[in-house]
Design a protein around this ligand. Structure first.
Ligand code: NAX
Length: 327
């Protein structure tokens, strides 16, 4: 039988983990091929994680080839082909942005170093934990032997939210929506771009033909969807975040669809005026575990302003973590 794909998940006892682990174990990432799960948590959460593993056992998933849990990243990341970094420190009451960045900085410097030391040569690292773009930058900066292209941050949830909103507006099926792009930071400044998206092969902005809807409804609805879900559900999006984490990893490892692209936050090479080295969301195509930024899209003045604003926020975050000595 084939060697299982070794997949690490951090924050495995958390909300997203509770959905993500079962999807992974059921074969949603590997298409049913065997998968081994390596689950990292902080020490006080290990008991809860044991309970989750009991439930995984009880599913008797045919594709689940093994589960290991622990609180030591060097043990859990040993030999992993894919690391999904979900666990992060949420902003607590009275916490300033600097406090949040340093709390997460401690987590992502340590995990970057551990991955650098023990992960498999072909490792890919996807960061879901917030602030995702900057956490990916911190992890990459602390893993000098792993190519920077192997790190990405999750904007696929935003991408999927944008597809869903556009489908609802136009009455199209989600499968008719292509070429969606999220630019910039996974934050309220992100820019979901309808000017390059298509509905049944036609330009989405032209199909919608309502700039007021784009600016006053579509963009804020996508960018603030996380807050709307907290408001309605009493806790943050978890199943949809898990689903997007799998979509992103699946496309990265096994390739994006022909004649379409996906959104991923990856290290900038200077494309579209995004300063080199920032981890920013772009339209990308993926093949055999590599991504490349879609080139040559025309950026009009409206889009330019939105992209620049989100990129400015990423530069601020980078400056802050530089001052804290995290990168
Ligand atoms: P939870 O608070 O339910 O779970 C996080 C888990 O991480 C906890 O069990 C905690 O013990 C663990 N953890 C903390 N530090 C750790 C460390 N050093 N090593 C291993 N585990 C550690 O949060 P959840 O709702 O699961 O969300 C996880 C992260 O995803 C948060 O940062 C959240 O903001 C972020 N999100 C990102 C999204 C995205 O699209 N990029 C959307 C959903 C979500 O908001």
């Amino acid at each position: 039988s084939p060697t299982p794909l070794k997949v690490a998940v951090t924050g495995a006892a958390g909300q997203i983990g509770y959905s993500l682990l079962f999807r992974l174990a059921s074969g949603a990432l590997t298409g049913g091929a065997p998968i081994e799960l390596r689950l990292l948590e902080i020490t006080p959460a290990l008991k809860a994680l044991e309970g989750v593993v009991m439930e995984l056992d009880d599913c008797a998933f045919p594709s689940l080839a093994g589960v290991e849990i622990g609180d030591d990243p060097e043990k859990i990341f040993d030999g992993v082909n894919l690391a999904l970094l979900v666990g992060a420190r949420p902003r607590g009451p009275g916490m300033e942005r600097g406090d949040l960045l340093s709390a997460n900085g401690a987590i992502f410097t340590a995990q970057g170093k551990a991955l650098n030391k023990v992960a498999a040569d072909d490792v890919r690292i996807g960061v879901t934990g917030n602030p995702a773009n900057t956490n990916a930058l911190i992890a990459a900066s602390n893993a000098p032997d792993i190519p920077k292209e192997r790190f990405s941050a999750l904007t696929r949830l935003d991408h999927n939210r944008a597809i869903s909103q556009l489908a609802a507006k136009t009455g199209a099926a989600v499968t008719d929506i292509t070429h969606m792009t999220i630019w910039g930071n996974h934050s309220a400044t992100q820019y979901p771009d309808l000017f390059h998206a298509q509905v049944g092969g036609r330009n989405a902005a032209e199909v919608v033909n309502d700039q007021e809807w784009v600016e006053s409804y579509f963009i804020p609805t996508v960018a603030k969807r996380g807050a709307a879900i907290i408001e309605a559900r009493g806790s943050s999006s978890a199943a949809s975040a898990a689903s997007a984490t799998i979509d992103a990893a699946r496309d990265w490892l096994y390739g994006s669809a022909e004649n379409d692209w996906v959104s991923m936050a990856v290290v900038s090479d200077g494309s579209y005026g995004v300063p080199e080295g920032l981890v920013s969301s772009f339209p990308v195509t993926t093949k055999d575990g590599d991504w490349s930024i879609v080139q040559g899209l025309e950026i009009d003045e409206f889009s330019r302003g939105r992209i620049d604003a989100s990129v400015a926020e990423l530069e601020d975050e980078r400056n802050a973590v530089q001052e804290l000595g995290l990168i």
